[in-house]
Design a protein around this ligand. Sequence first.
Ligand SMILES: [Zn+2]
Length: 335
Amino acid sequence: MTDLAPAIYPWLDSHLQRAGDLLRQGRMPHALLVTGLPGLGKSAFASHLAALLICEDRGEGHTACGHCSACKLQAAGNHPDYSCVTFAVDEKTGKVSTVIKVDQIRALSEKLSLSRHGAGYKVAIVQPADALNINAANSLLKTLEEPADNTVLVLVSSQPGRLPPTIRSRCQQFRIGVPEADVALEWLAGQYDGPGPGTLLRLADGAPLRALALAQENALQERRARFDTLVGLCNGSQEPVSVAQAWAKDEDLKGLGWMREWLMDLLKIRLTGQIDGIHGIDLAERLQRLASKLDSRVLFRQLDAVNRNLRLTDSSLNRQLVMEEVLLAWVDRRS
Ligand SMILES: [Zn+2]
């Protein structure tokens, strides 16, 4: 994640325009909470907003001028009025933290209490804000309760429900919505020329950056292979413990996420008899064939096993055991 603003995604333009209007009208809030699904460019929006707030020659536009001394400092990643708090990287081990800690917020508050360097705003981005631990959230609350002049805090989160209500209520929400499909597809076409951009966009719930990431990960091929494995488990040609061993190696346990999605699709097909409205459109016919052989009660039980284990994956629990439990439930067809 870079501090510097990447190119503006076309669907973010109207949001930046709204921010620019607030700024010109003197109505820029002290704290913003930027929300929306993963893959919509919330972080890019926050970077562009920060650049706009820091720029000293804004004029009537809604983007930073790019040539004033403040913009040059910001582009070089050196503007003293800009801060970005995110996951810390341990210098010795290179390990990335999974929470934002209180020391980071204390250091930020201290920096914000210093006088301004330039003529623009002081800006601090906190992302993902839902990763603040309890102490860090309490510390940030104090800063939010005593807003400093010419200072804007930008909190970024795709899971704002995880933030304490006391923090949410002190921020003005900026919700980045899913762009129109034609805007997203046109942008995707310029980034990637492989097959199935429409399918990828559907699988990404309409979030273009997520769709591009799926394309780069060859997600369609991989989903097919994983689905083959699940079918293989059903007919006994694959063995749960060894599959669990392989799937536990995924950084993000995506196999578990896909299983959840497929089980919900299988249930939807069982209960409605239709494939309209299922999420996994890349596997629609295969899901339909599989659904005809499965029992709804068993599917509910399997979905429950997946959900229970998905909740556990935040903790340091043994991933292989998590996958084993889910895959053993998958092969257990007793109703
Ligand atoms: Zn500028």
